[in-house]
Design a protein around this ligand. Structure first.
Ligand SMILES: [Zn+2]
Length: 152
């Protein structure tokens, strides 16, 4: 069982629960239920955090997602970030179909964290329609994070 999903510059890679094929769900279609390109089974909504691995993926996800996007800015050396990881995963599962939860490693993507003016971590930014709607910092249980984001 993986604990995160990957993405490319066009969408989130969602394994098919029936045949395990990798399917790309375009960022712009994240609010719709897709079908597996191989076996035509219905694909679930993403229910795990998405690992953001490039600046382009970050930009496209935030700009194109019709669902609110909650981004966790974290780093390996940050104890509270590590405590937060299982809560963030739980939040991604609970908000499946209503919000996309994504993770940015601030050491791997320093350009994204400086452009977003991240100071203390863990930091959480809520994006709606391509714009920052709110931000908060520090460890918090999944339920409180989703209530803050308005998707509980
Ligand atoms: Zn399939």
């Amino acid at each position: 069982m993986t604990s995160s999903l990957t993405a490319d510059s066009r969408g989130i890679i969602q394994p098919c629960p029936a045949c395990d094929s990798a399917n790309r769900i375009a960022f712009a279609r994240l609010s719709q239920r897709g079908r597996c390109g191989t076996c035509k089974a219905g694909l679930p909504f993403p229910a795990l955090p998405v690992e953001v691995s490039s600046e382009e993926i970050f930009t496209n996800l935030v700009a194109q997602s019709p669902l609110p996007v909650i981004v966790d800015f974290w780093a390996e050396w940050c104890g509270p970030c590590k405590m937060m990881a299982p809560e963030f995963t739980k939040a991604a599962t609970q908000a499946s179909g209503r919000a996309i939860l994504a993770k940015v490693n601030t050491e791997k993507l320093p350009g994204v964290s400086s452009a977003q003016r991240i100071q203390g971590i863990p930091a959480f930014i809520l994006y709606k329609g391509g714009n920052e709607a709110d931000r908060t910092t520090g460890f918090q249980p999944a339920g409180r994070l989703l209530t803050w984001a308005g998707v509980a």
